[in-house]
Design a protein around this ligand. Structure first.
Ligand code: ADE
Length: 240
């Protein structure tokens, strides 16, 4: 079973996303365990203070180092054996992508550290193995980023998706965007399902799907083709 700890000041934010559908089922099936650690409990003094003003001046508050170090100590005490990936949610981190989700899904124990306020004391980074951003925008805290990363990771764990092959054919896992999909009816409001999908010729269907994936990627995300190994036939398809 994969273990996930989320270190956050807002553990209840995770109840919605982790309490539904596929991730909920993965938790119920003991494929993954998600434990929330509120580092407020390691805050200082009667008011359990977790933040303070920056040395040198400047706007905003920073997370103090001690509560996060103590939260990590509590996780290590509970699970001394497991090797942990400690992932800091940081808009200045490496942008999250499918390859990272695949990498995380191979691990035994993930710890997500969610910041808040203007940032954290730099010494927190010494706890961390990965600094990851959800994208080039600033959120009010790391929680939403962690939820997205947990969702993208958990669905890749064996046995989580009903159809074992569906994770492999997703957009991004092949290096191309996914081809279009159709279901019944064969015609709706004048829009027809492509003939090739209904004639049962699997070779032709696969060729059509690959071509559509390629065209879609070329039109919408040409940047993805820079790291995709195009065949000669692929090249001729996007050149015409
Ligand atoms: N915290 C605030 N903004 C973030 C982002 N884009 N990614 C990860 N953590 C964040």
């Amino acid at each position: 079973m994969m273990k996930i700890d989320v270190v956050t000041l807002f553990p209840e934010m995770f109840d919605g996303p982790l309490g539904h559908s596929i991730v909920k089922r993965a938790i119920e099936k003991d494929i993954v365990e998600v434990n929330k650690v509120n580092f407020r409990q390691f805050g200082k003094g009667k008011h359990q203070v977790v933040d303070d003003t920056p040395y040198g001046g400047g706007a905003g508050m920073l997370l103090k180092p001690e509560p996060l170090f103590e939260a990590m100590d509590s996780i290590n005490e509970r699970d001394p054996e497991t090797k942990k990936r400690v992932i800091l949610m940081d808009p200045a981190g490496k942008p999250f992508n499918q390859a990272m989700a695949e990498d995380f899904s191979e691990e035994e124990h993930l710890v997500f550290l969610c910041g808040h306020y203007e940032g954290y004391d730099e010494r927190i980074r010494s706890l961390v193995t990965d600094e990851v951003s959800l994208g080039d925008y600033v959120l009010t805290g790391g929680e939403l980023a962690a939820m997205v990363m947990i969702d993208a990771t958990v669905r890749l764990l064996p046995e989580v998706l009903g159809n074992a092959s569906s994770a492999q054919t997703d957009s991004h896992s092949s290096g191309l965007l996914e081809h279009p999909h159709y279901t019944r009816p064969a015609e709706y409001k004048g829009m027809k399902v492509p003939e090739v999908l209904m004639n049962g010729n699997h070779g032709l269907i696969e060729a059509w799907r690959h071509e559509e994936s390629l065209k879609r990627t070329f039109e919408r995300r040409p940047d993805m083709l820079e790291s995709y190994d195009l065949s000669d036939r692929d090249k001729s398809l996007i050149e015409k």
